[in-house]
Design a protein around this ligand. Sequence first.
Ligand code: FAD
Length: 288
Amino acid sequence: MKISDILKNNKITVSFEVFPPKAWDKIENTRAVVREMAKAKPSFMSVTYGAAGTGSGFAAEIADEVSKCGITPLSHLTCLTSTKNKVTDVIDTFKSRGIENILALRGDIPEGFVFPDAQHYHYAYELINTIKTRGDFCIGGACYPEVHPESACLVDDIEHLKQKVDCGLDFLTTQMFFDNEVFYRFRENCAIKGINVPIIAGIMPITNASSIVRSIKLSGCRLPKKFKKIVDRFGDNPGAMKQAGIIYATEQIIDLMANGQNHIHIYTMNKPEVAQSIMNGLSEILYE
Ligand code: FAD
């Protein structure tokens, strides 16, 4: 099923992200994670794609497992560090395995990376143009409520986002954010710019103190004072921090839904019990 059809009727959707293993001997563990998460009945499940194509074969395997569970998979695909030929091969592999949905991404620039030649892509919009020529895919893209770290300013970032959407994106998924006000301003800016595709809000439940530093470094997003206080108080107590992180994410989602945001994506970090707890906290809301 195409994600665009899942998002069409503007009913509430909650999707999960899963990442494939780095080594083949862990594939069965990740398949088990997928099966466990599928029990919470997400609207779809996205499968990340390693930088430089690492684990790309495993990504297709994991997407197959998502399908076997009766859930629609969304396969991520990055392009920066692969040649155009290699990227085309991956798109064709996705197609032959029945994958209909691709999240088209540029990928992060590795340290010391020399910006590539004509055999490589520079930006996600070029990848979107290629995907369009390879089949009838539903294509999503990434967006950044707190501005992509490489962008000089919001105006430039939104300009580039508009260009990307106009290449034929069906939906956008946001980078994680912890302050809903940031998202509401971003949503308004998109509307002003004429970016009219569905925007899925990406929520990361922070369940341990050590993952905070990593998440903030990767995403460049800010932690609001309210969340900092939670970490200060509970960061040294793993059980309390996990519970507080799940409740914070659940409250964020409820506030988003109360403000008309119907599409939520949970960065589950491959933790089925976290995904399930959030869904439990929304049980009546999801089926209102
Ligand atoms: P782009 O849209 O190409 O934008 C990158 C930068 O270039 C931005 O600053 C943009 O403003 C600028 N830009 C765009 N077009 C132009 C132009 N024409 N001229 C000048 N500047 C331009 N990474 C992974 O490795 N694997 C994953 O599975 C993965 N999944 C992700 C899922 C989501 C929902 C998100 C939000 C991010 C994900 N990432 C993933 C990270 C992503 O690859 C990085 O954030 C990357 O740095 C940017 O990718 P993009 O597709 O947004 O790039």
